[in-house]
Design a protein around this ligand. Structure first.
Ligand SMILES: Cc1ncc(COP(=O)(O)O)c(C=O)c1O
Length: 467
């Protein structure tokens, strides 16, 4: 098949060769191209469907990368970007401003919970986390507590790749080669109830586990010394490890602990914001008030890159007068085209009731996926909104997981490719225990859930027979 894009028409073979010689993929083994069959090349999207360079169609079960929440192929988003580019393609928000960023900041501030009224734009999630980390440090210096600089986060959590964000990321396999990373990062248990025992919880209800997990934060603050701890970074539903929702009451207890010790609560919503959980923000979904929210990805549904950090009145206050400034920024932060696209994207969310669609259909999505628990390989189905993880196990009774060889054979060698071949683009992830992750566009409903379940059932049955 020859592939037409705006710029050129190439065959799949030509593109494969160019990719092999020149494209360095992210978080990927280049050997797929240099020694293996090549890389899947996606050429088109429409709604929740995507097409590859051979013309084959797939369900986009991951919204690209937790991004395309309004679905692919939205002409009005492309047109909003084009109109803005014609009017003013670029201007920075360094000492100047432009209407697109101003209007978007105003709109996001009105959507954000409580007094989160100030938006510092970046171009993506890692930069938003980096911004929150630096802001927390400078805030405490301005507030007369200059020794507060450490940050707490959770086991296996992913918070981005800049060296500061890496200090917050809780995945040893992603940082050991970059040591020493920025100092000051400390880890506490996550909210994986399925494996609570392995983190030291000795038994009880999910709510009791939530209390236990929150108390580990207090313990860590005391252990490190409250006068040294600046902030804690938590996702509403932790992605890495496979969608860990918070037990009821967890965030309320975390908030109390943060208030007791003067520690800022940063809600890292790079995935969870803008509808993934059926609300604009995860903090709303679970009823807690953070001091900062980081966002990116779905704010534009991916039609142009944008991220940001939303900051409370309290943190903003010392920066708001006199000679004080926050010496931090990005050339493309609050880019006019991205900001205009984000405004149009939010219009779509409102007009089509996408958040309500997620809230209404999330229980159906869950129960459809839970049908898979009749398979011997499915240990747990968990998540919220349109964000679910399916944990795979070798033995359901003992919850025994796969060793490195089996993971290599099963996840990398078979599952990802088999799911894709069967028409479902999603993620088989083993950064924690092996999971399949689903985060489709917010436009889909029960018919597509059934289709996804059928594909998963076929491929997981085959995977089990290969063990
Ligand atoms: C919770 C969280 N924080 C930060 C990031 C980093 O975002 P980006 O890849 O846009 O830098 C991600 C990316 O997936 C994320 O999931």
């Amino acid at each position: 098949m020859s592939i037409s894009t705006e710029r050129t028409t190439r065959t799949d073979a030509e593109l494969q060769e160019m990719a092999r010689d020149h494209l360095w993929m992210h978080f990927s083994r280049q050997s797929v191209m240099t020694e293996g069959p090549g890389v899947p090349i996606i050429v088109k999207g429409d709604g929740h469907r995507i097409w590859d360079s051979n013309g084959k169609e797939y369900i986009d079960g991951l919204s690209g990368l937790f991004v395309v929440n309004a679905g692919h192929g939205r002409r009005r988003l492309a047109e909003a970007g084009a109109r803005q580019a014609e009017q003013l393609a670029f201007f920075p928000i360094w000492s100047y401003a432009h209407p697109a960023a101003i209007e978007l900041a105003d709109r996001i501030a009105h959507l954000a919970p409580g007094d989160l009224n100030h938006v510092f734009f970046s171009t993506g999630g890692g930069e938003a986390v980096e911004t929150a980390f630096k802001l927390a440090k400078q805030y405490w210096k301005l507030a007369g507590q200059p020794t507060k600089h450490k940050v707490i986060s959770r086991y296996i959590a992913y918070h981005g790749t800049p060296q500061g964000a890496l200090a917050i990321t809780g995945l040893p396999g992603m940082k050991s080669m970059f040591e020493p990373v920025t100092p000051g990062g400390f880890r506490v248990p996550n909210t994986n109830y399925y494996r609570a025992g392995e983190m030291g919880f000795t038994g009880g209800t999910e709510e009791e586990f939530g209390v236990w997990a929150a108390d580990r934060i207090e313990e860590m603050i005391n252990f490190e010394g409250p006068e040294t701890v600046a902030a804690i970074f938590l996702e509403p539903v932790q992605n890495s490890g496979g969608c860990f929702p918070p037990p009821a009451g967890y965030f309320q207890r975390v908030r109390e602990i943060c208030d007791r010790y003067d520690v800022l609560l940063v809600s890292d919503e790079v995935i969870c914001a803008f509808g993934r959980l059926g609300h604009y923000f995860g903090a709303d979904a679970y009823g807690y008030q953070p001091d900062m929210i980081t966002f990116a990805k779905a704010v534009t549904s991916g039609y142009s890159p944008l991220g940001g950090t939303i900051v409370s009145d309290r943190i903003y206050e010392p920066f708001s007068h006199g000679h004080v400034s926050f010496p931090h920024g990005y050339t493309f932060g609050g880019h006019p085209v991205s900001s205009a696209v984000a405004m149009e994207n939010l219009d779509i969310f409102e007009e089509e009731g996408l958040l309500a669609n997620v809230r209404e259909n999330s229980p159906v999505f869950r129960s459809t996926l839970e049908k898979l628990t009749d398979l011997p390989i499915v240990g747990d189905v968990r998540g919220d909104g349109y964000f679910f993880g399916i944990e795979l196990v070798k033995d359901k009774a003992t919850k025994a997981t796969f060793d490195d060889d089996e993971s290599e054979r099963l996840l990398r060698g078979f599952l990802s490719k088999a799911l894709f071949d069967a028409g479902l683009y999603c993620r088989a992830d083993d950064r924690g225990d092996p999971v399949i992750q689903l985060a489709p566009p917010l436009t889909i409903g029960p018919a597509e859930f059934d289709e996804i379940e059928q594909i998963l059932r076929g491929v997981l049955t085959e995977a089990w027979s290969r063990l």
